[in-house]
Design a protein around this ligand. Structure first.
Ligand code: CO8
Length: 258
């Protein structure tokens, strides 16, 4: 499937989705958000894909929502169009693991999009920010909520109120990104992480995602119960039998997603 704003390639069980609006630093317009939601839904349903890497270019992941497209909109238009809500919801509904590989700027909606992914691998030239305050607005697709959960109130307030950018080292210290790698190795590292995930049982990876994401939605007691039920339920799968038998027999497991 060809897209106007994305490049998609699938190799070795891994899909790489590249945001591709170089003329606007990959700014997120409605076309891109719709195509991204559509592409991710298609990859989620594609048996040839076991993990997805979402990335931009060497210089920019995404410089935020498209300011030109939004600048003249009224409240009524934003509200009735439900601007970016259906697309954002669709992106967060993907059940396969999605890794964000971020080089350069991930600002505003770009930072929010990266945070919708399951984890972020950052190049050492990455810069994260929520500069919406400089435009007279606030983050609109999760920035005040997800950044606060990831880095805590103090740093989230700092980022949203000053609009300053955070470099990759600070983002790693703060827990926004899982690892920082040299910029030239970003895609190699992201693909290797994705291939490692692709070797696991697809059933188990989905359960891991559901269980970790549950921690955002519920109390500790309920989350622990959810996790325990998930753990017990996996004993109904062939992959649990295979995984444990392979350990005992000192061999590599052959998972079959059953
Ligand atoms: N939207 C549209 N065009 C953009 C954007 C953007 N977000 N960012 C950059 N561009 C365009 C520039 O206008 C310029 O175009 P042209 O060459 O035609 O003049 C081109 O990209 C290159 O940009 P610069 O010349 O500015 O490049 P620099 O290297 O000097 O600067 C920066 C790079 C620092 C990234 C700078 O471009 C910048 O500050 N961009 C804006 C960042 C920003 O404010 N992002 C937040 C946007 S608001 C947002 O994301 C809200 C999300 C929630 C929406 C959902 C609502 C429900």
């Amino acid at each position: 499937m060809a897209y106007e704003t994305l490049l998609v390639e699938v190799e070795d069980d891994v899909a790489v989705v590249r945001l591709n609006r170089p003329e606007a630093l990959n700014a997120l317009n409605q076309k891109l958000m719709r195509e991204l939601a559509e592409a991710l839904a298609a990859l989620d349903a594609d048996p040839a894909v076991r993990c997805v890497v979402l990335t931009g270019s060497d210089k920019v992941f995404a410089a935020g929502a498209d300011i030109r497209e939004m600048s003249q909109k009224s409240f009524v238009e934003m509200f009735t169009e439900d601007f970016f809500t259906p697309e954002s919801d669709a992106i967060t509904r993907v059940r396969k693991p999605v890794i964000a590989a971020v080089a350069g700027y991930a600002l505003g909606g770009g930072c929010e999009l990266a945070m919708m992914c399951d984890f972020i691998i950052a190049a050492d030239n990455a810069k994260f920010g929520q500069p919406e305050i400089n435009l007279g607005v606030v983050a609109g697709i999760g920035g005040t909520q997800r950044l606060t959960r990831l880095v805590g109130k103090s740093k989230a307030m700092d980022m949203h109120l000053t609009g300053r950018f955070m470099d990759a080292a600070e983002a790693e210290r703060a827990g926004l990104v899982s690892r920082v790698v040299p910029a030239k190795n970003l895609m190699e590292e992201a693909r290797a992480a994705a291939r490692k995930i692709a070797e696991k049982s697809a059933l188990t990876t989905m359960v891991v995602k559901e269980s970790v994401n549950r921690s955002y939605e519920t109390t500790l007691r309920e989350g622990l119960l959810f996790e325990r039920r998930a753990f017990h339920a996996l004993f109904a799968t062939e992959d649990q039998k295979e995984g444990m038998a392979a350990f005992v027999e000192k061999r590599t497991p052959q998972f079959r997603d059953r």
